[in-house]
Design a protein around this ligand. Structure first.
Ligand SMILES: Cc1cc2nc3c(=O)[nH]c(=O)nc-3n(C[C@H](O)[C@H](O)[C@H](O)COP(=O)(O)O)c2cc1C
Length: 251
């Protein structure tokens, strides 16, 4: 007999009644966790176009059309994405709502308590002006940081890490979202983890809709080899780990 009760309880907010929030790191006066993971200053960075620049290359899209046409797309053409299109997708998924606002807590997606526990990694395969490799998005400065350049085995390793779903490595770019749970736990203790998963849904749905606006497709991916993916993006698997992925490409 398979036991589901523990997992079902995880989906409920009943847990909140059992938590003493006075024990939270926030309540105890511990410093607010950084909004972005620290960056190795030696790594090369790429500045991304801002909203004024990328909006010039986007066609107007009717929101009802974008919602109505949305579907999971797993076949991608060989077309390269423009850097303006990538900047738009990053803005839609994790960008700052009002760049320059202090403190920079608010983004284009909602997050429980505006805690925003995610980091965005990108496996870039076909992008105008940006060489293939693994990058991380820095939402506060609207930059990419290069973690490592692609080699001839990169796509094979990625395909293995997504359990042989080969369309993922055939995309122009793969979004990989990690969570840094402490950013949420700092306020919500054991109630943090359920809302982290709820937050992730908003991010990926915005990617689906933004893709429809640039005639690109995406597909949510929740089935992957956890340890292999964390190793590929060089996170420790404890304080930061992958929770969701989405390949993107023109169709
Ligand atoms: C949480 C979640 C996880 C998913 N994981 C995968 C996956 O690992 N591989 C895949 O091919 N599709 C995956 N999908 C896509 C679903 O199969 C797809 O949304 C579903 O078949 C409905 O099709 P539609 O998105 O076109 O409406 C996932 C979707 C969601 C929302």
């Amino acid at each position: 007999m398979v036991e589901f009760q523990h997992n079902r309880d995880f989906l409920k907010d009943s847990l909140r009644k059992t938590i003493d929030f006075r024990a939270s790191a926030q309540h105890r006066g511990l410093p607010i966790p950084p909004l972005e993971e620290p960056v190795d200053q030696q790594l090369p960075r790429i500045s991304l176009p801002d909203r004024e620049s990328w909006s010039l290359v986007l066609q107007e899209t009717d929101l009802a059309d974008a919602i109505g046409n949305r579907r999971s797309r797993r076949n991608y053409s060989d077309e390269y994405l423009k850097v303006e299109e990538l900047a738009f997708l990053l803005w839609a998924t994790q960008g700052q709502r009002s760049p320059g606002e202090q403190p920079p807590h608010f983004r284009t997606v909602p997050s429980a308590g505006a805690r925003h526990s995610f980091e965005t990694y990108l496996f870039i395969h076909r992008m105008e002006k940006i060489p293939p490799g693994l990058y991380r998005y820095l939402p506060l400065s609207n930059e990419l940081v290069l973690i490592y350049s692609a080699d001839k085995e990169s796509k094979t390793r990625l395909s293995r890490a997504v359990l042989g779903q080969n369309f993922v490595a055939d995309s122009a770019v793969v979004f990989v979202w990690t969570t840094v749970p402490y950013r949420m736990e700092w306020r919500y203790l054991q109630a943090a983890h359920r809302v982290i998963l709820l937050d992730a849904g908003h991010v990926c749905q915005n990617l689906y809709l933004a893709c429809e606006a640039i005639q690109a497709g995406t597909c949510a991916i929740a089935a992957y080899d956890q340890e292999a993916m964390d190793e590929l993006i060089q996170v420790d698997g404890e304080d930061q780990f992958t929770i969701y992925l989405a390949p993107v490409g023109k169709y």
